[in-house]
Design a protein around this ligand. Structure first.
Ligand code: FO1
Length: 318
C-alpha cells in the first residue's frame, strides 16, 4: 500500500524547533520523519562530547525532557555536579547525573570511531525513538559568538555562562568550510516532499545548518516545498536570545524579517496569528496559533504545517 504521508525533513536547533519536531513525530509514521539538528552548539566539557540540541531532541521525543527547562532530563539529580563543585570546579554548565550517562556513552562511542550520525542513531534507538535523527554534519563545527563586551565566545559560554547578555556583533561557524553533508542527510533531502525550517533562532540555530556546504543547494534541488515556521510570536520571541539579537541589530520583530532572512530558500511562511497585521509580503503565508506548550498544541501546529504543505504539493514547485 502506498502511504499518503509525505516524507518530511525538519531543521531544528533547541526548544521551539524541537517542539515542532515532537508534534510531527506525533502526527507522522516514524519512517516519514527526519529531524536535522544543529551541532554548532556542541562542545567538549570535562572531556565529554556534549551535544545540547541533539540531546534536547532525544529527551523530548523519548518523553524524558525536563519541560520546565526545555533541556535535560525530568527529575534528574546533580550529585556528580555538586561533588565537582566541592572539588573546586565552578560548574557553570548544569549536567544532571542521568544526562551525564548520555555524554559518557556518546564520548565512548566517539572514541571508538563512530560518526555522530551513527551515535545519534544508536542513542535514539536505545531510547525507543523510531524517527530518523541526523546531525547537520559529522564534521566538527563550532558556533562562535563575536560579542562587543567579551570578544569571541564559544556558543555555550555566551549562552549559558553569560546568559546571552553580551551584545552580539556577529556569529561565525568555525570549521564550516571543511564540513560535509553526510550521505544519510543527502538521501533524506533527496527523498523529501516537505522541508520545514523549524521555529528556532535563525542566526544561532538554523543558519549553522544552512551553512554546511551543499545544504542550501540540496534543499533547492529537492522536489520538496520548503516552509519556515516563525520563531516570532506576538512581536516577541518565545524564549532565548532571538528578540535580544534582533533588537541589537535593529531588526523589526516581525515575520517579514524572518521571511526575508530565508528568502530564496522558502516557498511558504507560517506566521503566528498574533502577528497577522505584519504577515510577510512577497511569499505565500498562513497564520496559526504557533505556541506549543502541550503535546496537543504541538500536534495541532504540526498538522497545520502538513495540511498546508499538502495544498502546496498540488501545485508544482516553481
Ligand atoms: N541551558 C542553560 O541555560 N543552562 C545550563 O546549565 C544548561 C545545561 C545543559 C546541559 C545539557 C544539555 O543538553 C543542554 C543544556 N542547556 C543548558 C541547554 C542548552 O545549552 C541550550 O538550550 C542550547 O544549546 C540552545 O539551543
Amino acid at each position: 500500500m502506498v502511504s499518503d504521508y509525505p516524507n518530511v525533513v525538519i531543521l531544528v536547533g533547541g526548544s521551539g524547533g524541537v517542539k515542532l519536531a515532537h508534534g510531527l513525530a506525533l502526527a507522522l509514521p516514524p519512517e516519514k520523519l527526519t529531524v536535522v539538528v544543529n551541532t554548532g552548539d556542541d562542545f567538549w566539557h570535562y572531556g565529554l562530547r556534549i551535544c545540547p540540541d541533539l540531546d534536547t531532541l532525544l529527551y523530548t521525543l523519548s518523553g524524558q525532557v525536563n519541560r520546565e527547562h526545555g533541556w535535560g532530563i525530568s527529575g534528574d539529580t546533580t550529585v556528580a555536579l555538586n561533588t565537582l563543585r566541592t572539588l573546586g570546579d565552578d560548574t557553570w554548565f548544569t549536567l544532571g547525573d542521568r544526562d551525564l550517562a548520555t555524554h559518557l556513552r556518546r564520548t565512548q562511542l566517539w572514541h571508538e570511531g563512530h560518526t555522530l550520525t551513527q551515535i545519534a542513531g544508536m542513542l535514539g534507538a536505545a531510547l525507543g525513538i523510531e524517527s530518523r535523527i541526523l546531525p547537520m554534519t559529522d564534521s566538527p563545527v563550532a558556533t562562535i559568538v563575536e560579542t562587543a563586551e567579551l570578544g569571541d565566545l564559544p556558543f555555550q559560554t555566551y549562552f549559558v555562562r553569560h546568559r546571552w547578555q553580551p551584545t552580539v556583533r556577529a556569529v561565525r561557524y568555525d570549521g564550516i568550510e571543511a564540513a560535509r553533508l553526510s550521505p544519510e542527510l543527502v538521501a533524506a533531502l533527496q527523498d523529501a516532499n516537505v522541508i520545514i525550517l523549524g521555529p528556532s533562532n535563525p542566526w544561532l540555530s538554523i543558519d549553522p545548518i544552512l551553512a554546511v556546504p551543499g545544504m542550501r543547494e540540496a534543499i533547492r534541488a529537492s522536489r520538496a516545498h520548503c516552509i519556515a515556521v516563525t520563531p516570532i510570536v506576538g512581536g516577541d520571541a518565545v524564549k532565548g536570545p532571538t528578540a535580544r539579537l534582533m533588537r541589537d541589530w535593529g531588526l523589526a520583530l516581525e515575520p517579514q524579517t524572518i521571511a526575508d532572512h530565508y528568502a530564496g530558500l522558502i516557498d511558504g511562511f507560517v506566521a503566528d496569528q498574533r502577528d497577522e497585521s505584519t504577515a510577510p509580503d512577497g511569499i505565500a503565508w498562513l497564520t496559526a496559533d504557533t505556541m506549543m506548550t502541550t503535546d496537543e498544541d504541538r500536534l495541532r501546529v504540526a498538522r497545520v504545517v502538513l495540511d498546508w504543505a499538502a495544498d502546496f504539493s498540488r501545485a508544482p514547485r516553481t
